[in-house]
Design a binder for this molecule. Structure first.
Ligand SMILES: Cc1cc2nc3c(=O)[nH]c(=O)nc-3n(C[C@H](O)[C@H](O)[C@H](O)COP(=O)(O)OP(=O)(O)OC[C@H]3O[C@@H](n4cnc5c(N)ncnc54)[C@H](O)[C@@H]3O)c2cc1C
Length: 380
């Protein structure tokens, strides 16, 4: 069920949906158990011209809006949380900030290869000892005559091991608090001193690389400072406002994938001489799942629409992310239940969606932090 989407949006969504069903769904379990980042899928998504959906076509993007990007992200999440997560980090975290804050020359050099899918991008805020309290980071940048020297460790960075560029947050003035943080573009393929030190094995999303990275005296020239010195924290807030819409979209997709698996199982599986969907308990569970997904999708589309209207989306994106991530976890858990013993095996998708869904309540601000943000927006 959906409101009247513009025809261009439906066309892109349907193209990606078909690709997901034909190319991603058949390998989704395999890449997960192998922990393999599927480079061929991202090359194919680049061929479909969707690696930069909400990026200006002057820089190789599709020139679409946030709603279109949300629809694409949902479709990817419906078949593979891993691919959806790497995609969302690439677009919202690694590409969008360059479009928002970069100069024309920076966009030409760094945004175009991301938007065309020539390579993936990553965004590095979190550190081993600063997560929710992200501004208390230790990574710092010291000025030189013609640039900056970066030192520090970043933790849980999506795509870092497969990225061509990494946006790095670093302290440039330790006494200036929120105004002492700046943003740099690191060339992860060429810059000396940049290394990936760990690739984590996780409870889910193992086809999406999650990395610890080390910056040891990494020199970045002045033209790789994004925006002005001290803009880093304000940029982070704007980036995450958009990023949360993508995590909400991904969550809706995960929930939909889990629901679809549960629904089709429930109408086939017979016990006591009838399909289990005829038992009130199972039917009510499926109805509750469908209701939650519709609610989460509406909140997500509303946040996307507000973003496209140029409105402040802090409350709307946090609300969508909070609701959709909890929906994804609850729906995926119930999908496991609907499949009974088979739901507990790795041969069936719901357990994978259940494991993937949990991250949605953690990444880009935990649910507890979303409640803090929403409370603040409500003046509480
Ligand atoms: C798979 C994965 C991918 C990720 N990708 C990226 C990425 O690409 N780039 C990046 O920079 N980061 C990334 N992250 C990091 C992610 O954003 C952080 O893990 C998240 O923000 C939480 O930080 P933390 O893990 O340090 O937990 P902590 O901040 O230590 O939180 C631990 C617990 O304390 C709670 N808590 C903390 N502060 C408060 C408070 N004030 N009030 C109430 N409760 C509180 C939290 O909600 C949580 O339950 C990723 C993480 C994972 C697991």
């Amino acid at each position: 069920m959906e409101f009247r989407l513009p025809s261009e949006h439906r066309m892109i969504r349907d193209t990606v949906r078909e690709f997901c069903d034909e190319e991603i769904e058949p390998i989704a379990t395999e890449i997960e158990s192998e922990g393999r980042y599927p480079v061929e899928i991202f090359e194919a998504l680049a061929d479909l011209d969707v690696m930069g959906v909400p990026i200006d076509d002057a820089y190789g993007g599709l020139g679409g809006d946030t709603l279109m990007y949300s629809l694409v992200t949902e479709e990817l999440g419906r078949v593979s949380g891993s691919i959806g997560l790497s995609y969302a980090a690439h677009v919202s975290l690694a590409s969008k900030p360059i479009e928002y804050f970069g100069t024309a020359t920076q966009k030409e050099r760094w945004l175009t290869p991301l938007a065309t899918g020539e390579h993936l991008g990553a965004w590095a805020l979190t550190e081993p000892s600063s997560g929710s309290d992200a501004s208390s980071m230790d990574t710092h940048a010291e000025p030189t005559d013609d640039g900056w020297i970066l030192n520090g460790t970043k933790q849980f960075i999506t795509n870092a091991s497969v990225a061509g560029s990494v946006i790095v947050k670093a302290v440039t003035d330790a006494d200036a608090g929120y105004d002492g943080i700046s943003t740099f573009i690191v060339d992860s393929e060429a810059d000396d001193g940049f290394s990936v030190t760990t690739e984590w094995h996780k409870m889910g999303l193992n086809a999406s690389p999650t990395c610890e990275i080390q910056l040891d005296d990494v020199f970045v020239p002045d033209d790789r400072l994004l925006g002005e010195v001290g803009d880093g924290w304000d940029q982070t807030k704007k980036t995450l406002d958009g990023g949360r819409i993508s995590i909400a979209s991904l969550s809706v997709g995960i929930a939909q994938g889990a629901f679809d698996a549960a629904r089709s199982y429930a109408v086939e599986r017979e016990q006591f001489g009838q399909p289990i969907s005829r038992f009130d308990a199972v039917r009510d569970m499926l109805v509750a799942m469908d209701r939650k997904i519709e609610r989460a999708r509406l909140l997500t589309h509303k946040a996307a629409w507000l973003a496209d209207e140029g409105k402040d989306v802090t409350r709307a994106s946090s609300l969508a992310k909070l609701d959709a991530s909890e929906t994804a976890r609850e729906v995926a858990e119930d999908a496991v239940q609907v499949l009974g013993g088979y739901g507990y095996t790795e041969d069936f998708a719901p357990q994978r969606f259940f494991r993937d869904a949990k991250l949605m309540e953690i990444g880009e601000g935990t649910s507890e932090i979303q409640r803090l943000i929403i409370g603040r927006e409500l003046g509480l």
